[in-house]
Write a protein that binds this ligand. Sequence first.
Ligand SMILES: [Zn+2]
Length: 131
Amino acid sequence: MREKLRRFMIGRYGTDGLNQFLSIASLVLLLIAIVSRVSLFTWLGVALLVFCYYRTFSRNISKRTEENYKFYTLKDRVGSKFRSWKEQWANRKVYHYYRCPQCHQKLRVPRGRGRIQISCPRCGTQFIKKS
Ligand SMILES: [Zn+2]
């Protein structure tokens, strides 16, 4: 049986970070489905699981590697966004956060200085805000 499985897996992709994520996500969705009795979650969970198995047994290794790479890129981006929210929340009493009206760069100004002129370090736009 083991030998058969090993031979079956030759030339196939196997598992990676994205598949680990998919299997955990599908498990969570299926649990939500059991608790909430909403069948949509069952279908979503099953769909993710099918996709996960499809990727594991796929012979198109370069395509799967690329997907995994994209997954990690996205994960990094979400992670850094989350960290910046956390930082913003932790510093909410000390700093005021604004976005530049021109280039949407995020700017941080100390609170309690009254009306101040802020100049964007990226594009040089100046605007007045209360700090
Ligand atoms: Zn700007």
